[in-house]
Design a protein around this ligand. Structure first.
Ligand code: ADP
Ligand code: ASP
Ligand code: MG
Length: 405
């Protein structure tokens, strides 16, 4: 008998009919001889709706209360799914993160899972129940409700699969697998039968939200077999996230990822002397603002320019922090641009092939697309471009690297 963790995202539980559909799917999976743990997200739009309610009062500093609020979305879904399974005459039991005891640290809004007590779940499974667990949430050591960051139900599912030593963690969503790029932007995107953990990690960290990055990290760390499948279609094998060894004939480029949530910050006229990059970036990171791509270059004699990206929502705060800086940063010029997108290509095969970057830049240049920033690692090349060229760029790269169906 296999133990499977199924996870259904917001769209897949977006209405009563869809929740009833999920009930049928998990009942069928159980009838096929499996033990089933189901992790669910809030119904689509619900988490945003709750956050907007909080914003109507203030977008202030009450992260503990925000977590109490947003975690309710998932609590609604677990109960509705349990009711739907009961209505089919089968046994099911729902648990919030706190009831399972999914213990996290106390970083509200981006908590990390520390441990999971699996006693209740195992007992229920052995008694023939389908066990339903609310995604996205846990409790800290003091019993405060925490949440795991947007898209965090993926991580709940993988962590449960790791704790239960499940045979597979199956992420059911509104596409039937991981594609070469977001199929909503490039209709010719091709479904991948498999992708390596490393590539999936890059794709997720570079903006492909099909899996939350932490879920991929977790799966890699604990060796959880992870698969992405459609919650609407029957019978497909989806995409398996595999270890690198399985994939000998790796293509140069496996996928294209993009992230619309970053803004560019340009700091000019910084005195060219030791410690200045630290000074600028420390202003930002000491406020817990994550800095992503960073480029420094000489400008006129004695001065240097520093360009970096931060989350779009933090642009104005970062500009204000730098403008208010004193001492050696008093005379710098600073500008922000949030009409940009980070566009990346990812592929394990590019490790051993020169010229991939050159080809990427030629493809963009042929479309007259200006590159504002470049950064590379062994298996990815990222650029920052004007957001208005995103679709054109994705399609040109998809075509140029022959990723189409
Ligand atoms: P869920 O609500 O099930 O968690 P998400 O909206 O978080 O679903 O993730 C699924 C979406 O991810 C798809 O609808 C698709 O638009 C987007 N996506 C982005 N990049 C990719 C990719 N490379 N392959 C598949 N889907 C992708
Ligand atoms: N409901 C949460 C969100 O919208 C978690 C999730 O869907 O994974 O981000
Ligand atoms: Mg998601």
């Amino acid at each position: 008998m296999a133990l499977l963790v199924h996870k259904y995202g917001g769209t897949s539980v977006g209405s009563i009919t869809r929740i009833q559909n999920v009930a049928k799917r998990v009942i069928k999976a159980q009838a096929e001889g499996n033990q089933i743990v189901v992790v669910v997200s809030a119904m689509s739009g619900e988490t945003n709706r709750l956050l907007a309610l909080a914003d109507e009062i203030s977008s202030s500093n009450s992260p503990r209360e925000i977590d109490v609020l947003v975690s309710t979305g998932e609590q609604v879904t677990i109960a509705l799914l349990a009711l739907a399974i009961h209505a089919e005459g089968k046994k099911a039991k729902s648990y919030t993160g706190g009831q399972v005891r999914i213990t996290t640290d106390n970083a509200h809004g981006k908590a990390r899972i520390r441990r999971i007590d699996d006693d209740n779940i195992r007992k229920d499974l052995d008694n023939g129940h389908i066990v339903i667990v609310a995604g996205f949430q846990g409790v800290d050591e003091d019993g405060n409700i925490t949440t795991l960051g947007r898209g965090g139900s993926d991580t709940s599912a993988v962590a449960l699969a790791a704790a239960l030593k499940a045979d597979e963690c199956q992420i059911y969503t509104d596409v039937n697998g991981v594609y070469t790029t977001d199929p909503r932007v490039e209709p010719n995107a091709k479904k991948l039968d498999q992708i390596t953990f490393e590539e999936m990690l890059e794709m997720a960290s570079l903006g492909s939200k099909v899996l939350q990055i932490r879920s991929v990290e977790f799966a890699g760390k604990y060796n959880v077999p992870l698969r992405v499948l459609s919650s609407f279609e029957d019978g497909g094998a989806g995409t398996l996230i595999t270890m690198e060894e399985n994939n000998v004939e790796a293509p140069l480029v496996s996928g294209i990822a993009f992230d619309k949530n970053e803004a560019l910050i340009k700091v000019k006229h910084i005195p060219h002397k030791p410690g200045m990059a630290y000074k600028v970036l420390d202003l930002v990171s000491s406020q817990n603002i994550e800095v992503d791509m960073i480029v420094q270059n000489d400008s006129q004699e004695g001065f240097t320019d520093l360009t970096f990206t931060v989350p779009k929502a933090e642009k104005d705060r970062v500009l204000a922090l730098i403008k208010a800086a004193s001492g050696s940063l008093e005379n710098v010029e600073v500008r922000g641009d949030d009409k940009i997108v980070k566009l990346s290509i990812v592929g394990i095969g590019m490790q051993s092939h020169a010229g991939v970057a050159t080809k990427m830049f030629k493809i963009l240049s042929d479309e007259n697309i200006n590159i504002m920033l470049i950064s590379t690692s062994e298996i990815k090349i990222s650029t920052v471009i004007d957001e208005k060229y995103l679709e054109l760029a994705v399609r040109a790269l998809h075509d140029g690297f022959e990723l189409e169906k």
